[in-house]
Design a protein around this ligand. Sequence first.
Ligand code: ASP
Ligand code: MG
Length: 405
Amino acid sequence: MSILVLKFGGTSVASVELIESAAKIVKSEYEAGNNLVVVVSAMSGATNILIDHVNKINYDDDSEYDVVVSSGEQVTAGLMSICLNKLGVPSRSWMGWQIPIITSDSHRNAAIKRVIPNAILKNFDDKKVGVVAGFQGISSDGRITTIGRGGSDNTAVYIAAALNAERCDIYTDVDGVYTSDPKMTKNVKRLDKVSYEEMIEMASQGAKVLQTASVESAMKHDVDVNVRSTFNPKDMGTKISNDIESDNQAVTGVAYSKDEAKITLIDVEDKPGVAAEIFNKLAESSVNVDMIVQNNFIERKMTNLTFTVPMIELERSIKLLNDLKQKINFSKVLEEKNLSKVSIIGSGMRNQPGIAAKMFDCLSKNNINIEVISTSEIKISVLINREKTEKAVSELHSTFNLDKI
Ligand code: ASP
Ligand code: MG
C-alpha cells in the first residue's frame, strides 16, 4: 500500500464544482488502495483578496497578516473534505497548526522546519484521507504563519517527505512542464522528465508552474514530484526527480520574467567593502538582488555597479541607496524599468561548449540588444528590452531545437 500526496492548486479548486471534480480524482486513487494526503491551495484569487483587505488598513502587523491570509486554505480544506465524505471517501481536514507543521517565526515568509506526521499516519489506520490546508504552519511560539506566495507546493513536498510518500502529485491547470510558456510561444513541447536542478532554474527564472522553494525542498528530501493536469488526470504529466538520462539536448527550456528592473550606481568608489555595504543594506530590507555586473575603470579608481531587482522592489531599493549616500561615494543612481530577463536552461550545458555564443548569435541576428548577462553552470540569462521578450523567447526556442524534441 503506497502513500501518495496529491496537491491541488488554486485553479483546480476555484469553485465548488471544481472541488467536487478534484475530489473524484482523489476517490479513484483511494479506491486503488493508496493511503492519501490531499494538500489544497486557496480558491484561485482568494489569497489576493485577503491581502487586499489587510493592505487597506495600512498598518504593519505581520502576525495578524498571516492569520488573515492563511484563511483561504482553511475554506478549501473544509470544502474538499466535505466533498470526499459525500463521495463515500472518509476524510478530515487538518490546518497547519493541528498537524503540526512547525515553521520559523518570520511571518509572511516563514520556513518550514519540521512536519510531525504521527497524527496523519494514525488517520491511515482508520482508512481516512487527510486533507491539509497548504501555505500555513505554526511558529514555535504558537502563532499561525504563512510560508510565502505559492507555498502550498512546498507544504505538499514537506508532507511527502515526512510521510516518506511514494510520490507527490501536483495537480494544476497545465499537464506538465513545457520547454517554454505555452501561453506565449508556439510549438512548445511537454517534457516527460526534468531534473531538480533544471526545474529550480526554470522556476526561479520565471516558469510559474511550481514554486522554486518547493523544488529545492524536493531535491533536499529526495521527493519525486509529478506535475499533472486536473483536467486530464489519467496523464502522468512531467516527472521531476534526480535521475536524468544524459541525451544530446544542451538546453531543455527557455524561461522569462517581465518583472525586472535595473539599477546602476555611477562612479562608485573602487575600494574594499563598498559592494558589501551596498548589498548588505538591500539584504537587510529583504530586497532580492539578482544579476550583478561591475565595471572598473582602473586608472580612475571608480566603478559602475549594475544590478537587477524585482519591479516591485525598485522604489524601495532606490530609497535605500540614496540613504547610503552619506556612507559611500557615488555620483548618481540610474534606474530602468522596461526590461525582461530571458534564460536558457539545461543540465546538458555542462558538457557542451558554445552554448552562450549560440544564444548571443541568435539574439544579435534578431537585433536584440543584451544589457546584462549572468550565468550558472546550467543557465544563461540575459536582460533585454521588454518589448522583445516574445521574439527572443521564440527565436531561442527554435535555435536550440526545442520545437523538435
Ligand atoms: N494561496 C497561496 C497563494 O496564492 C498559496 C498557494 O496557492 O500555493 O500564494
Ligand atoms: Mg501555485
